[in-house]
Ligand binder design. Structure first.
Ligand code: PLP
Length: 386
């Protein structure tokens, strides 16, 4: 049997495909983390990240996945006994709640139905009812990866600021794919990870930390060492890092940010909304149901229900086996109920057309026989409408 196979193609919501220009930098020998060369790169990358977030606030690069940045956000602002309102509509909203609980916070969950977005009116009522201002912070998932839902961060952050609590925002699967003007939207803390729209492998996370968060940090009693952002701030003032940074990844990040600048954030956003429209139109034309309504569908992840009598496991396995394409299962209670196609970062129209055609082929094999052409036609039509 031939060992020559098509390369694996990741259509999952992270890790995402990495451009070869970025991979080439990762293959270079590491440089010293105390070298002038690295200092210059670190300073440039920090500025580029601030430009992407349109913020004057601080940004720090941590060596660890996005959950480390979530933990840094909590451990620098929340003390045991503080009340934290967690907006929970999926696995990652719940992760915020779990981290806050681990630091002894009094967590209150404001649940919203998985597959729907944060109910802004419900949030407004909740915050209005907190007359004593007991809520110290509100945790938000901008783009809930587990369901493929984008919430209205601009409105949410506005309501939180009006109340006076801190907004702690997970923008892991939205940052770099869509426009998030952090200062204009008055977000206090925002974080992301390298393996999503930033087009790197997993390993780095970035946390933007605003002046109101620093005020909270000054009195925050939570134990912290590696995630103590004051150490990162002090070091960055000297163009360096408190601990050995993942130098190779920071150098590669400089390249991916450069590629993003060349495309431009506005064009990147248009591309992601176009990919979303293509996937949704194509999947509908294949006779499948989407888990999320158009109103709050994510531009980076699409959650799809399998047809009757065909399991998510069978679809995923056939895509892998026949075409070496990987799509994701649902998470936790949604495992086996939906499958998710990621279209974030280094993904283009060709990739969507290819995925739809391959999805058609495996569905047909598994007994869901619909013509392929309408799906491709619908996707192309959706692309030309954008
Ligand atoms: C919205 C969101 N938040 C947090 C995380 C956790 O990131 P990591 O696995 O990089 O720690 C993920 C991972 O997929 C995510 O999608």
């Amino acid at each position: 049997m031939s060992t020559l196979k098509p390369s694996q193609f990741l259509m999952i919501p992270g890790p995402t495909p990495v451009p070869s220009a970025v991979l080439e930098i990762l293959a270079r020998p590491p440089i010293g983390h105390r070298s002038t060369e690295f200092s210059n790169i670190l300073t440039a990358v920090s500025k580029d990240l601030q430009a992407l977030a349109q913020t004057k606030e601080d940004v720090f690069i941590l060596t660890g996945s996005a959950t480390l940045a979530m933990e840094a956000a909590i451990s620098n602002t929340i003390s045991a006994g503080d009340k934290v309102l967690c907006l929970v509509g999926g696995a990652f909203g719940e992760r915020w709640a779990n981290i806050a609980q681990a630091y002894g916070a009094r967590v209150e969950r404001l649940n919203y139905q998985p597959g729907t977005a944060v109910d802004v009116e419900q949030l407004a009522d909740k915050l209005k009812a907190d007359k004593e201002k007991t809520i110290k912070a509100v945790t938000v998932i901008h783009n809930e990866t587990s369901t493929g839902v984008l919430s209205d961060l601009r409105q949410i952050a506005h309501l939180i600021r009006k109340h006076g609590a801190l907004s702690l925002v997970d923008a892991v699967t939205s940052f770099g794919a869509i426009n998030i003007p952090m200062d204009e939207w008055r977000v206090d803390v925002m974080l992301t990870g390298s393996q999503k729209a930033l087009m790197l492998p997993p390993g780095l996370s970035m946390v933007f930390f605003g002046s109101r968060a620093w005020a909270a940090q000054a009195t925050c009693k939570s134990p912290r060492f590696y995630t103590d952002l004051a150490r990162y701030k002090k070091s960055l003032a000297n163009n360096t890092v408190p601990f050995t940074a993942n130098v190779s990844f920071v150098c590669a990040l400089q390249k991916s940010l450069q590629l993003m600048q060349e495309e431009g954030l506005a064009a990147i956003q248009v591309r992601h909304f176009k990919l979303k429209a293509m996937v949704r139109a194509g999947v509908r034309a294949l006779g499948l149901k989407l888990f999320v309504d158009d109103d709050f569908a994510s531009p980076t992840i699409t959650a799809i229900l399998p047809p009757d009598k065909i399991s998510v496991g069978d679809i995923r396995q056939a895509l892998k086996q026949d075409f070496n394409i990987v799509v994701a299962d649902g998470q936790e209670s949604l495992q086996g109920k939906i499958f998710r196609i990621g279209h974030m970062g280094y993904v283009f129209e060709r990739d969507i057309l290819m995925t739809l055609a391959c999805l058609h082929s495996v569905l047909k094999k598994l007994g869901h026989d619909v013509p392929a052409q309408p799906a491709i036609q619908a996707a192309l039509q959706a692309a030309s409408n954008k």
